[in-house]
Design a binder for this molecule. Structure first.
Ligand SMILES: NC(=O)c1ccc[n+]([C@@H]2O[C@H](COP(=O)([O-])OP(=O)(O)OC[C@H]3O[C@@H](n4cnc5c(N)ncnc54)[C@H](OP(=O)(O)O)[C@@H]3O)[C@@H](O)[C@H]2O)c1
Length: 313
């Protein structure tokens, strides 16, 4: 089969021939139709991610949409290394959610990963309650936008979107938007509108998270009211200076949500409901389709905020 292959973590994958996967017991051989080029896909292939494979070569791609031999569509992921979803064929096992025949494979492939990032926070880690106030740090990316849509669907009372891209922020259907600026003056307005935030979904970490945390913790209308801060992505840095007083001045609960800390079985159990919203268009990320044969140039291509490249074999 044709596949994208990483043989050097410092280089983009190349389009090449690779042995078809031999299905092991319990696996099923399928034809890949579409796979998203997510942040985790690039990070894993760079060897820098906590879930990077420990040996090369590898085929990148954490998830995607495939056609079964009976013609039906399935969302799949979690392939056995060295295989990934950026290939013509895959052997799938545990992560296999049937899709309606009219589902658009590129939309599903674009949206599940970014959509799942906040869905798991709302359902499992931060346990969003109806009427609560959610702040999304890094709201202009694909995951942040999906987080706004999912928050609304799951009954959030108020949504505050925080991001640095003014045009992208203006497109977001939030109750409040706060623009991150280089001068740091944005933390004051965030404190003004965010005194009653219940749950922060943090895609940035680093300096913007440090400044947001100070603004939100020091402006609580009721310091004893729980503030859950869920670390999901680290677009602005992998570390932050954490003031010890923040953990005493407010009822701050700091936790994370990711592939290793949340059991696969729990994530898988959420997939059908999330995918139903995606197929129904209620949570959506715009796909930008690119052929697999162009993977070497597509790998570093930038797309507009909120879009996701989808590789099509
Ligand atoms: N844990 C999970 O389950 C999970 C699942 C999916 C994604 N993630 C993580 O979540 C993060 C976001 O993913 P995504 O899908 O939204 O990616 P994306 O669509 O590429 O968007 C990235 C966003 O980050 C913003 N950004 C980058 N650097 C920034 C900085 N220094 N300060 C402020 N904003 C900055 C970008 O803003 P501009 O438009 O201004 O550049 C953009 O809005 C990634 O770290 C990803 O790995 C985690």
């Amino acid at each position: 089969m044709k596949a994208a292959l990483i043989t050097d973590t410092s280089q983009p994958p190349r389009y090449t021939d690779f042995a078809d996967p031999e299905p092991a017991a319990g696996e099923e051989s399928v034809t890949m139709l579409a796979a998203g080029l997510h942040q985790i896909t690039r990070a894993q292939a760079s060897g820098q991610h906590y879930a990077s494979p420990d040996r090369l070569p590898m085929i990148p791609g954490v998830d995607g949409v495939a056609r079964r031999d009976d013609g039906s569509l399935v969302y799949c992921g979690g392939l056995r290394p060295p295989y990934g979803t950026f290939a013509e064929r895959a052997a799938i096992a545990s992560v296999a959610v049937p899709l309606p025949t009219d589902a658009d494979p590129t939309v599903v492939a674009a949206t599940v990963n970014p959509g799942m990032s906040s869905w798991i926070v709302y359902k499992l880690r931060g346990e969003l309650q109806a009427g609560q106030t959610v702040a999304i740090l890094g709201a202009t990316g694909a995951s942040g936008r999906a987080a706004v849509q999912a928050a609304r669907l799951l009954g959030a009372g108020r949504v505050i979107a925080i991001g640095r891209n003014a045009d992208a922020l203006a497109e977001i259907d939030a109750d409040e938007t706060v623009r991150i600026t280089a001068d740091g003056d944005w933390a004051h307005p965030l404190g003004k509108v965010g005194g009653d935030v219940d749950l922060v979904v943090d895609y940035l970490w680093g300096e913007p998270a440090a400044q947001s945390m100070e603004a939100l913790v020091t402006n609580r209308s009721d310091p004893a009211r729980q503030l859950s801060w869920v670390q999901v992505g680290s677009m602005a840095g992998h570390t932050l200076p954490l003031n010890a007083g923040f953990l005493r001045a407010a009822n701050l609960h700091l936790l994370g949500s990711g592939l290793r800390g949340v059991p696969w079985s729990d994530i898988a159990a959420q997939l059908p409901e999330l995918i139903d919203h995606i197929v129904g268009g209620r949570i959506s990320v715009r796909p930008v389709a690119r052929p697999l044969r162009d993977i070497a140039t597509t790998w570093t291509e930038a797309v507009a905020p909120g879009e996701r490249i989808v590789v099509v074999p």
